[in-house]
Design a protein around this ligand. Structure first.
Ligand code: FES
Length: 275
């Protein structure tokens, strides 16, 4: 199962496959609409523009379904507490609706492939679908460029924490886990009243700092460690875990750090104030 997941994530190819494949439907759908419009400007049945548009549309639908398969695997990788989770859901729903509209239009076209021009209904469905795909494509770019979804996945070195520990408390210090739950070189991810914090034990010392990298929200609980520095898994920004200071770009803004201690067999974290 994990071999299939690795394949769908593009690990053997060492590149994310969803962004590579979406170029095909994004090119084929507009081409199909252009051929439809052409069939109205040049209504010559012998030019076969309606049939050409249909074939292009089928190609767009087939490649969109293929891209969606890889995209869904990327989607399942996004944590529910990541700021991009909502945009990714919108992106997926818009794409599904658009492909459904194109597919309905394709069914309607069958039987009229030798007409002089494309009928109004399938043309209208394609134009609406194209608008949805265009906006959804913009959201997809936003996910990659602004939120780093799918970026640098092959560079992960540390084990990813299975889940985020939820803590709701108004105390100044909160016990977040048993001390034994965190081994050297590993991380815990804790959500304290909406602030997500990474706790790392490195060379015997506990560190606590904000989970999301100040560059593009990379998950620092999945980063790796070099001495007292944590290195972001996405684009390699480096921060001093003791002070939060940036010690290597592309990030320019320091991390928030928090006081954390081990006492009475528990890991205690200073409750983060709202920033
Ligand atoms: S998100 Fe780009 S370096 Fe962390």
């Amino acid at each position: 199962m994990s071999a299939l997941k690795n394949l769908l994530e593009g690990k053997p190819a060492r590149m994310p496959l969803h962004p590579a494949l979406v170029h095909l439907p994004i090119a084929l759908f507009p081409l199909s609409v252009l051929l439809d419009v052409g069939s109205w400007i040049f209504p010559h049945p012998e030019w076969q523009l309606v049939r050409a548009s249909f074939v292009t549309l089928i190609g767009g639908i087939a490649t969109a379904v293929l891209a969606a398969l890889f995209g869904f695997v990327d989607f399942t990788e996004i944590r529910a507490d990541h700021p991009a989770a909502k945009i990714a859901t919108q992106h997926m729903i818009l794409n599904l609706v658009a492909v459904a509209l194109f597919a309905i239009g394709a069914v309607v076209r069958v039987g009229e492939l030798d007409a002089a021009h494309t009928a109004i209904l399938p043309l209208a469905l394609s134009i609406v679908g194209l608008g949805l795909v265009g906006y959804s494509g913009y959201l997809g770019g936003d996910l990659v460029y602004n939120d780093g979804i799918g970026a640098g996945r092959h560079r992960r070195r540390t084990p990813t924490p299975e889940s985020t520990i939820q803590v709701r408390s108004s105390d100044a210090r909160v016990a977040v886990a048993d001390d034994a739950a965190l081994r050297d070189g590993e991380t815990l991810r804790v959500d304290v009243d909406g602030t997500v914090v990474t706790i790392a034990r490195v060379e015997g010392t506990l560190h606590a700092f904000q989970e999301f990298c100040t560059h593009r929200y990379g998950p620092l609980s999945e980063g790796h460690f070099a001495g007292c520095h944590v290195v972001c898994p996405w684009h390699g920004s480096r921060f001093d875990m003791r002070t939060g200071k940036v010690t290597g770009g592309p990030a320019k803004v320091d991390l928030r750090t928090f006081h954390v201690v081990s006492r009475d067999g528990k890991i205690w974290l200073e409750r983060p104030s709202r920033s």
